[in-house]
Design a protein around this ligand. Structure first.
Ligand SMILES: NC(=O)c1ccc[n+]([C@@H]2O[C@H](COP(=O)([O-])OP(=O)(O)OC[C@H]3O[C@@H](n4cnc5c(N)ncnc54)[C@H](O)[C@@H]3O)[C@@H](O)[C@H]2O)c1
Ligand SMILES: O=C(O)C(=O)C[C@@H](O)[C@H](O)[C@H](O)COP(=O)(O)O
Ligand SMILES: [Zn+2]
Length: 361
């Protein structure tokens, strides 16, 4: 099986396989990605486990089927308590430094299973088996972690996977709000990289339930390629990787403000992207298609301007905990134009003004 993409990280290169039905070949691909492993342990989202764990297990010979543990579904699982439980499981399973963890689920599973792999015995290999549209983003690039009650993704590590096994067939059971959540990251990749990609999306993707087959695979490859191009140049976010955070400064604050799991990551990011577009217009006088973008996202069912339902001062306090904040100053990814992101300090008065004022629709 040929990889669809090969990602180069500082420590190793890893394949991203994208193919319908590929989950049935998991055992073979795990062996390719980590040839000398001693043991496999699967951390699976509970909903995903119910639907697909047998497909993964039966790809292994009967005498060497891996053990697995189920992770309660939802953002609340990216917690210290769940992390401790997973480390305990790894110990009880007798995993050693040559064991490999399979992260089987969406971004939540990938983030916490990846963090478990990053820290157990100071780091063992793991493989991402993403099952959501959103996880085309989270499974690549090696950001892993958990939330602190006070701030999103506050504890984590850069730990690139040894492979990504993406079977788009599994997306068929994804609820509509999760398609929407994941698609926000596709739109983000288009906004920071390429006007033709954005125009193509706005003209050709009008109903997320019609995203399937070759068109879906092409879109996944294009969107992952945008991310890969960035993380290969700046794996540890000393510079341009921050552009992948477009829409997230406010997005993460909205998620924390609402309480983890109350908003999907993507719907918070969608509001955050519209806000960043407004800020780009205010600060940089950027000519951006705000109204077109707003109409497009609304037509797909996104609730926008979620910040209007929150207290502006609290959102600013939360944004100060963002990892791009330095010396108490909030930094935002803005757009000079579509495809030209920049990182800029945002004045609190401007943020307060935009958060509190009605938006022109
Ligand atoms: N590490 C990164 O680079 C990165 C990038 C983007 C997002 N994230 C993180 O990813 C998380 C969000 O991930 P997500 O949107 O995948 O959410 P998720 O993992 O919570 O999955 C969403 C829901 O879909 C269900 N589900 C998953 N796959 C399914 C399937 N195939 N069929 C039916 N149901 C299925 C899950 O049980 C869950 O209820 C957030 O915590 C976000 O911070 C990380
Ligand atoms: O990979 C990145 O870098 C990103 O920023 C991708 C984001 O979509 C993702 O949500 C990421 O987890 C946010 O990172 P954080 O450093 O702001 O926690
Ligand atoms: Zn994100």
């Amino acid at each position: 099986m040929d990889e669809s993409l090969l990602i180069h990280s500082a420590s190793h290169s890893y394949p991203v396989w994208i193919e319908d039905g590929i989950r049935h070949h998991t055992a073979e691909l795990v062996r390719k990605a980590v040839p000398d492993y001693t043991k496999v342990f699967i951390i699976a989202d509970e909903n995903v486990g119910k639907l697909y764990i047998e497909d993964i297990l039966s790809s292994f010979p009967a005498e060497s089927r891996p053990d697995y543990t189920l992770l309660p579904a939802g953002e609340m699982s990216k917690s210290f308590a769940e992390y401790e439980r997973l480390i305990t499981e790894c110990l009880q399973q007798g995993l050693d430094r040559k064991s490999v963890i399979l992260a089987f689920g969406g971004g939540v599973t990938g983030d916490i299973a990846g963090f478990t792999a990053a820290t157990y015995m100071r780091g063992i290999p793991f493989i991402q088996i993403p099952t959501t549209l959103l996880a085309h983003d989270s499974s690549v690039g090696g950001k892993t972690g958990i939330n602190h009650p006070g701030a999103k993704n506050m504890v984590g590590a850069f730990h690139p996977p040894h492979g990504v096994i993406y079977d788009p067939e599994m997306l068929r059971t994804l609820p509509p709000e999760e398609w929407r959540s994941g698609y926000a990251e596709v739109v983000k990749h288009a906004l920071i990289s390429d006007k033709p990609f954005l125009n193509w999306l706005m003209e050709n993707v009008q109903d997320l339930s019609l995203l399937q087959g070759e068109r879906l695979k092409e879109l996944l490859k294009k969107s992952i390629q945008v991310k890969a191009d960035v993380v290969q140049k700046d794996e540890r976010e000393s510079g341009i990787r921050a552009y992948l955070n477009f829409g997230h400064t406010l997005g993460h604050a909205l998620e924390s403000y609402a309480g983890y799991g109350k908003l999907t990551h993507g719907e918070a990011v969608a509001s955050g992207m519209i806000f960043a577009v407004r800020l780009s217009r205010a600060e940089l006088n950027a000519a951006l298609p705000e109204n077109e973008l707003r109409k497009y996202l609304a037509s797909l069912g996104y609730r926008l301007d979620l910040e209007k339902e929150a207290e502006a001062v609290k959102l600013i306090q939360l944004m100060k905990k963002d990892k791009k904040t330095a010396g108490g100053r909030i930094n935002f990814v803005l757009l000079e134009e579509v495809g030209r992101p920049v990182l800029k300090r945002a004045a609190e008065e401007t943020l307060l003004h935009l958060l509190e004022n009605e938006v022109a629709k």
